[in-house]
Write a protein that binds this ligand. Structure first.
Ligand code: 6SD
Length: 274
């Protein structure tokens, strides 16, 4: 997979040289190219921003450097190859595990992290109206506001890269990831433990030392259900009934959850202060 990143802070993308993504690059599984947007400026000060039309605080990224940068990057692909352009923005559609899976199957992604108040709208519209050269996606990694799109690029690349064939050394199946699209139920992972068997007075849940694989799997499932019910109740409420076995149902009932007529579960009533 090829990844291009156009940014005014190439050094912000240094983490792409490290750990999982860095190793995937070293092994030839990922071809990452980071470009300095200022390379496509022509004035002495390498200006990439200007004041906003209509007034208001902050500055807006000028369209010309972005247009030249993206034209150059898009023209550098193999003939007929059109990338996905991913524009991080708090006003984008949510970045989910499902989208990560879809993007992991794409041959070429181009990221355009902004700074200041964002990029002149005409840049996004220009490429959105040219499906022959690229498909544009404005994406949000979460409902909070960052100072720029570089951190979202690091987040998205890590989520995508770990899904590429051969990147995770261990053959651990992504089907078991908490938010894997194919998973019957999306449950949060329960706790994990390693040696030593006692640490600062705390032991290990006995079932994990039992060697009984059936009991261990059941305990892990109960831990996942309990944690999900407490922290992400909406994930339980939207779980299709056929994704819950008899024991799952008993566990949820033990936690005060009740099944409706359609078999889906509803949380315990909340106490209201008088
Ligand atoms: C100025 C940006 C680009 C500023 C962002 C994305 C999300 N989910 N939160 N904040 C963001 C992206 C903020 O350029």
């Amino acid at each position: 997979m090829r990844l291009d990143v156009v940014t005014i802070f190439p050094e912000y993308l240094e983490p792409l040289n490290v750990s999982l993504v860095g190793k995937a690059r070293a092994r030839g599984l990922l071809d990452v190219r980071v470009h300095d947007l200022r390379h496509w400026t022509h004035d002495r000060h390498h200006t990439v921003d200007d004041t906003p039309y209509g007034g208001g605080p902050g500055m807006v990224m000028k369209p010309e450097p972005w247009g030249e940068a993206l034209d150059t990057v898009l023209a550098s692909g193999a003939p007929g190859h059109t990338p996905r352009i991913l524009v991080p923005t708090p006003s984008g559609s949510p970045f989910t595990q499902e989208l990560a899976e879809e993007l992991a199957a794409a041959p070429w992604l181009v990221f355009t992290p902004a700074r200041y108040e964002g990029i002149d709208r005409r840049v996004i519209d220009e490429y959105a109206h040219r499906p022959d050269v690229a498909a544009v996606h404005e994406i949000s990694i979460g409902d909070y506001v960052l100072a720029g799109g570089e951190a979202p690029v690091l987040v998205m690349v890590e989520a995508i890269a770990r899904l590429l064939p051969g990147v995770l050394g261990n053959a651990a199946s992504h089907r078991d990831d908490s938010f894997a699209p194919g998973a019957m139920a999306n449950l949060l992972e329960g706790p994990v433990y390693t040696k030593p068997p006692e640490w600062r007075g705390q032991g290990i849940p006995e079932v994990l030392l039992s060697g009984h694989h059936g009991n261990i799997a059941r305990w892990r499932r109960d831990q996942a259900l309990t944690r999900t019910a407490a922290l992400r109740p909406e994930l339980i409420e939207t779980t299709p009934p056929d994704a819950l076995d008899k024991h799952d149902r008993a566990t949820l009932e033990h936690l005060g959850w009740r099944a409706g007529a359609d078999g889906r579960f509803w949380p315990p009533e909340q106490d209201v202060e008088e």
